[in-house]
Design a binder for this molecule. Structure first.
Ligand SMILES: [Zn+2]
Length: 295
């Protein structure tokens, strides 16, 4: 009978590293690095720290290209990777190949960080009045189309009602106007599943949440509503055929468009005025010029 190999000391399992790079894999590495076992195997620990930080940089590069993560969030992830590479390089216990990887990773995280916009602390916060605040009716999901893919364009409208202007009016005045628009879109004028626009801005510069961004809008027409595909609808409350919106409303519009461009892959030239789809007068000459200047 062949001799049995000597019994091996049972170790706690290491992190699951099977399969392609994934957030799950990075989380497995992170929790393993917190264990006592990782302290007893310093060479393996260095290798896994490298993989963790390299993974963070890879994901950040991918998300930066897709423009689907706010820069503030990307910044936090990249700073963690950068500090991790720095700490590895400071230890002087890396193999030459590992030193090279850490240097490459450090440079990649630093150069990507330099391309991100400044932290939000220096920007005015974007405050959006949510649906419950204006008394929105519940949406009817069976009459709505879920967003397919990513938001890729923005279209500007005006509500074309002098009565909805409410210049300097209270949030209640504008909330009342929004309820009327929603009722018109869902009951009296159309049978849509919700208010057609995703955002509405009043003369005081308040930004209201309209249709939730998980649904396509109903605002730009086209065959079977095709112009609404991946198209965020913004409506300026008021009639702007003969006068411009207030400076406060325009400032909020600028902030909202910038915020949406930072969150979604919307190219600079994919900002439109309603009239470009339908030939209507909407949103009036001043806002049509505004759109042309901002793309
Ligand atoms: Zn319009």
């Amino acid at each position: 009978m062949p001799a049995q190999p000597p019994p091996v000391a049972v170790e706690e399992p290491g992190p699951d590293l099977t399969g392609p790079l994934s957030w799950q894999k990075l989380e497995n590495i992170e929790s393993w690095l917190d264990t006592a076992q990782s302290q007893r195997t310093p060479e393996f620990r260095i290798e896994l720290e490298l993989q963790l930080h390299e993974g963070r940089v890879t994901f950040a590069q991918r998300d930066a290209e897709r423009a689907n993560v706010p820069h503030d969030a990307l910044r936090v992830r990249l700073e963690a990777a950068r500090d991790g590479f720095r700490s590895l390089l400071a230890r002087n216990t890396l193999m030459p190949g590992q030193t090279a990887r850490a240097q490459i990773g450090l440079r990649a995280s630093e150069s990507l960080l330099a391309t991100l916009t400044k932290p939000t602390a220096t920007k005015p916060a974007l405050i959006v009045v949510d649906r419950s605040r204006w008394g929105a009716l519940s949406p009817v999901p069976s009459r709505l189309t879920p967003l397919k893919g990513q938001w890729s364009r923005i279209t500007l409208h005006h509500s074309a009602e002098e009565s909805s202007d409410g210049k300097g009016g209270s949030v209640e005045d504008s909330a009342h106007t929004l309820r009327l628009i929603q009722k018109f879109h869902m009951e009296t004028g159309h049978t849509w599943g919700d208010i057609g626009y995703h955002f509405l801005i009043d003369s005081g510069g308040r930004i209201f949440e309209g249709r939730e961004l998980k649904w396509q809008g109903a605002h730009a027409g086209g065959k079977d509503g095709s112009n609404n595909t991946q198209n965020i609808g913004i409506c300026m409350l008021g009639d702007f055929l003969r006068r411009p919106p207030t400076p406060a409303a325009l400032k909020s519009l600028e902030l909202l468009v910038a915020d949406l461009r930072a969150r979604f892959p919307i190219a600079a030239n994919r900002l439109f005025a309603h009239t470009e789809f339908t030939g209507s007068e909407c949103p009036g000459p001043f806002l049509i010029d505004w759109v042309k200047k901002h793309r």
